[in-house]
Ligand binder design. Sequence first.
Ligand code: ADP
Ligand code: ASP
Ligand code: MG
Length: 457
Amino acid sequence: MNELYVVSKFGGTSMGDVECMLRSAQIVLRQKSILVVVSATSGTTNELIELSKISEKSSWDNALLIITKIKVKHLKMARELEMNPEKMENLHQLFEELESMSRGIHLLKDCSLKALDSILSIGERLSSHLFTEALSIVFKRANSEYKAQWLDARDVLITDDQFSKARPLTSEIKRRCEEQLSGIKHTNTVYVTQGFIGKTKLGMTTTLGRGGSDYSAAILAEGIEANILEIWTDVAGIATTDPRLVSSARTIAEISFKEASELATFGAKILHPATLLPAIRSDIPVFVGSSFQPELGGTWVKKDVEDAPLVRAMALRKKQILVTLSTPEMLYSHGFLYQIFKVFNDHKVSIDAITTSEISVSLTLDDSTLINHDLILDLEAFADVAVEENLALISLIGNNINHTPGLAKKIFETIPDINVRMICLGASKHNFCFMVAEELGAVVINRLHETFIGNLV
Ligand code: ADP
Ligand code: ASP
Ligand code: MG
């Protein structure tokens, strides 16, 4: 018999309160997941970021207010789960750790990315203890032979030391999974672990970047050679666009790895952009569904899908900037693009879309890049640099996009009154993207959705 080995990931809203946790635990029971990856409880990561800022810059009393808020929220959940004192101790240790770290930041008036990652890890470490308890309750109520076991993700998910955006070290993770989780497929133990966090080889806590729990789950699914990855969230699958933007957005039953990767990279928050890398590498189908309404089904993301529509979905990415570099030296010369990419490479900043003309190059970036003053200075060393802010990147995702006559005409006919600041077409058969003013992003998506998806049955 072909056994199914399922890794299930639950996002912050699925950990929102005890009711959410118990509902999510029911899904684990029903799906027979062998490894469960959880996010911090809803809002906690934001609170921890706030705490680190306040600890560094404001009064200790203000920091204590946030610590208390986080404590009260988690202790309430622990009480509702009737956690015994021994298990409660795990939570108290984490609260102490949180307070000591915040105090350290406050005294030094310095919060490095390394310190921030340790602070942020507390969110997932707390929620995973609570969820282990919720899962034990559900197993017990169902008279299941399965047992829930807490696992420190940092023992297996080893990363490099790029704090706040650490990269997993795949072969080391594989080795650790084999060493520590070899029995996972043959015991009645279901491991509950943290998404988002990892550890360097030297033992420092790292994080994979905001929304990184999806990525953690995919890395671990690959590490233990699971054959299904489930992402449980607050919507019933990947929709034709963000349902918060367009109320008529529809769930997509099946989408290819390539299309879903483009969608995630170009702004669909439902999946962390890197999530599909391990899934593609190891050909693990991914299911996305709602932990609130699992009966609604969801989306399968897989290598091969039956249909390949021209426009499957669309995404909006806000807070974009356009950096234009110009220099007459580019005329008839070579090596200019190399110089540019080298600077971006040195600063480890990724470029999303790019267009070039005779003497200039325009690149789209996330506006968080602007914090990196040195990047701009290094670019200014060999070109005039113009930065335009408050832009939105609109992407249409589908198939055969670069070989279909009339598509661009149809797109731009829907927005004759809107200035398009940059267009990127041709590099991918799955993507057509362009930039508009940020405040018009939602209007553009609504019109495109109406044209390309809304009027389909
Ligand atoms: P989680 O905390 O479970 O990881 P996220 O908030 O990160 O959940 O992602 C789920 C959200 O992604 C949805 O609530 C939805 O607003 C947003 N989203 C963006 N694009 C899409 C899309 N194409 N399909 C479905 N949801 C989307
Ligand atoms: N808790 C982290 C965040 O809010 C990771 C995640 O939820 O995926 O970004
Ligand atoms: Mg998420």
